[in-house]
Write a protein that binds this ligand. Structure first.
Ligand code: NAP
Length: 681
């Protein structure tokens, strides 16, 4: 055994536990993907699953839930910054798993960027409190004394994250971002093949001291009886093969306790070359480029990689020729070399699996990659887990089965012809549910037809053409902003997609009660809740001084015909409803000439603003505007301005949302909206 063998530790209830020695039957030896040498040992760390769960539930969970969404978003940002400053050591380790620098960028920088993205969205889209409001208040009663509001609060258990080997850093961070932002602690179980990289990242996370004790723990090796100790307040989030997912999600304990199980599985992702994208068009070239990238990035070990290519019958030989010409130039070798474009697979076992599946694909499709496709540069072909990029041609995709069912988790793809778009959709959907499908076309009608015919089978549809090519993010790249997951074979799960994924770790509850109850629960004033008449004008009060429900009642102002005409000439808005009595009367909405809605907003501002410099720094917007009743010349309006919600932005100022309601002389509602201002502390 080498003295430098990495002993991968578990991190349980605040302590690091080493794996057993390489000779133990409970530990697994991990070998370099490049040289085949032993590099690490993992497993048999002797953790106690019950203590880990207890630590998370009684220490980590309460500490996280004592903070607000914004506190946690700030902690995510600090964590991302710390990892970013120390990421080089992760790159060093990743070479041993066969990743080139470009491959590792997706994993390491991609993971860190996901943390940054959630840090930012958490502060922009979630409140600085512990309760997330899901949608608007629901009116449940005639007089408004009994209303409803959906809220989301963090589940009281643990997020158990079981990850695949191919993204040891991103896989951990993308799940943690949503879980921690929700306010739930997590136990991370990386795939053993690359767990030494995850462990190194995890050590940086602990060193960063950005999250409280118990917020995250790590298991190297088997999970033991962990899954059998979960409750309905826990969430399992799994990424890996369909086979393992089926085994884990059908665990009787998980089923009988209705424990949420999110699954991201393998899928037979397809890409369609549009009928318009004939050889010589930019879309044909883009398709070839994308396929080559998808086959060779991470040596094809990406759950989103293109496995099946659907090409118009007339273009099939040109396409095979173009792909083969590029594939034959791919330099496969030591991932540390800058010239290397594709490294080895992660392990000898993985290589065996891919070659076995290639052999099975060969029964229904013809291998068309030239035999000389592999050029192993500065690496030992026999010791490393190298395979050649392999392209198959399936001439009869309707009759074939294996090309639509078998995932070779490596640089393998199958090209197949289609007659028309209906058949292209059918073939795309034969994967039985995928994470992503792509269409290369410059014709919006073709794109629309493909979306209608196939979207229900795919989690993401990527349409690329000469317009989007330069800025497009790639078929195989899950983004924090867009959902990642897919139906059927892909597992039926949904991760990422902004704040949507945070909701997996929160319980949605419908709250019903009086407006005062709902306002207190959501820390947001709602109509019909008590108001507080302010002693001073609210614009003279600082962010800290303002209270929810504090209200200004303005005096009334009459609207004259001269006002309307002046406003029309001044702004150029001479729409007939304001200028022509007969034409306005002919309109079903107006009794005759009426005031402009924008005139009402301007007069409202004139009624409620305090002119002198003060704590209000800026008006940053207006949302939810509704005009309820027209205002005729001779009517008057008054305004009620109420502090609805306060959100701290930084140490100098915070955002105040005001409920603004305009009433006429008969106390009928004329208009309502939410005004956003930035107010000094
Ligand atoms: P895998 O063999 O299914 O393993 C996935 C995870 O499950 C690993 O952490 C594994 O740990 C763990 N596991 C296996 N048996 C377990 C058990 N009895 N109890 C608890 N955990 C258990 O998949 P993989 O080989 O790591 O990854 C490759 C597959 O993942 C491919 O099929 C790929 O398509 C899929 N994938 C999907 C996505 C996605 O987002 N949809 C992303 C990446 C990969 P050990 O390693 O210790 O066995």
């Amino acid at each position: 055994m080498s003295a430098d063998l990495i002993n991968v530790h578990s991190y349980c209830a605040g302590s690091w536990l080493p794996s057993q020695s390489a000779s133990s039957e409970n530990a697994r030896i991990i070998k370099s993907a490049v040289t085949g040498q032993m590099i690490a040992v993992a497993g048999g760390t002797g953790f106690d699953a019950a203590s880990m769960l207890n630590h998370a539930r009684t220490i980590g969970g309460p500490a996280l839930r004592a903070t607000t969404f914004h506190d946690r978003a700030r902690a995510l940002k600090a964590l991302a910054t710390h990892l970013n400053d120390n990421k080089e050591l992760l790159y060093d380790l990743s070479y041993m798993a066969g990743s080139t620098r470009a491959d590792s960028w997706i994993d390491i920088d991609g993971g860190i960027m996901t943390l940054f993205a959630y840090a930012s969205r958490g502060r922009r889209e979630m409140p600085d409190s512990t309760v997330f409001l899901d949608g608007d208040v629901e009116q449940l009663s005639r007089h408004g004394t009994f209303i409803g509001q959906h809220i989301c609060t963090p589940k009281l258990g643990v997020g158990v994250h079981i990850n695949a080997f191919n993204f040891p850093v991103w896989g951990m961070l993308e799940k943690l971002a949503a879980t921690l932002l929700a306010g739930m602690p997590a136990i991370v179980k990386p795939a053993t093949d690359t767990c030494y990289i995850t462990e190194a990242c995890f050590r940086l996370m602990i060193d960063s001291k950005t999250f409280p004790a118990g917020a995250f723990q790590l298991i190297a090796g088997s999970t033991g009886d962990l899954l059998d100790l979960l409750t309905a307040q826990d969430v399992v989030s799994f990424t890996g093969s369909a086979q393992t997912a089926l085994m884990l999600r059908s665990n009787p304990h998980i089923l009988s306790h209705c424990i949420p199980f999110i699954s991201e599985q393998d899928s037979l992702n397809g890409s369609v070359l549009g009928p318009d994208a004939v050889p010589g068009t930019p879309e044909f070239d883009l398709f070839v480029k994308e396929v080559i990238g998808e086959m060779t990035t991470k040596a094809g070990q990406k759950c989103t990689a293109i496995r099946r290519l659907m090409v118009p019958q007339a273009s099939i030989s040109d396409c095979i020729e173009a792909l083969n010409s590029k594939l034959s130039e791919i330099k496969v070798g030591d991932p540390r070399l800058e010239s290397t474009q594709m490294g080895p697979l992660v392990s000898e076992i993985q290589r065996g699996d891919v070659l076995k599946i290639n052999w099975r694909l060969g029964h229904q499709a013809e291998m068309v990659t030239p035999a000389n496709a592999v050029i192993v540069e500065s690496a030992d072909r026999d010791l490393g887990a190298f395979v050649a990029p392999t392209l198959f041609h399936c001439a009869d995709p309707d009759a074939a089965t294996s090309v639509h069912e078998l995932e070779a988790f490596g640089p393998t793809a199958t090209i197949m012809p289609y007659r028309d778009l209906d058949q292209a959709c059918q073939l795309l959907n034969r994967g039985g549910g995928s994470l992503v499908a792509s269409v290369f076309t410059h014709d919006p009608q073709i794109a629309s037809q493909m979306v209608t015919g196939s979207a229900a089978w795919h989690g993401r549809l990527y349409i690329n053409d000469r317009v989007s090519a330069k800025e497009s993010t790639g078929h195989g790249s899950p983004l924090p902003h867009m959902t990642h997951g897919g139906p059927g074979r892909a597992g039926g799960g949904e991760e990422l997609g902004g704040i949507r994924s945070v909701m997996h770790y929160m319980q949605r509850t419908a709250i019903q009660g009086s407006p005062n109850m709902i306002a207190a629960v959501g820390r947001t004033w709602v109509p019909n809740a008590d108001t507080i008449p302010g002693d001073a004008h609210p614009f003279t009060r600082t962010f800290t001084e303002l209270q929810l429900g504090e209200t200004l009642q303005t005096k009334a102002r009459q609207i004259t015909l001269e006002d309307i005409e002046h406003f029309a000439q001044f702004t150029g808005d001479t729409f007939y409803a304001h200028m022509d009595d007969d034409a306005a009367k002919a309109n079903p909405f107006f009794p005759g000439r009426v005031a402009h809605g924008y005139l009402l907003l301007s007069f409202a501002a004139g009624l409620f603003v305090e002119p002198d410099p003060g704590p209000v720094l800026a008006n940053t917007g207006l949302t939810d505007l509704a005009f309820q009743k027209p205002v005729s010349p001779g009517d008057s309006i008054r305004v009620e301005l109420t502090v609805k919600r306060k959100t701290k932005r930084n140490d100098d100022y915070g955002e105040v949302r005001w409920h603004v309601a305009l009433f006429n002389q008969d106390d009928e509602a004329v208009a309502t909206y939410t005004l956003h201002t930035m107010n000094a502390y």
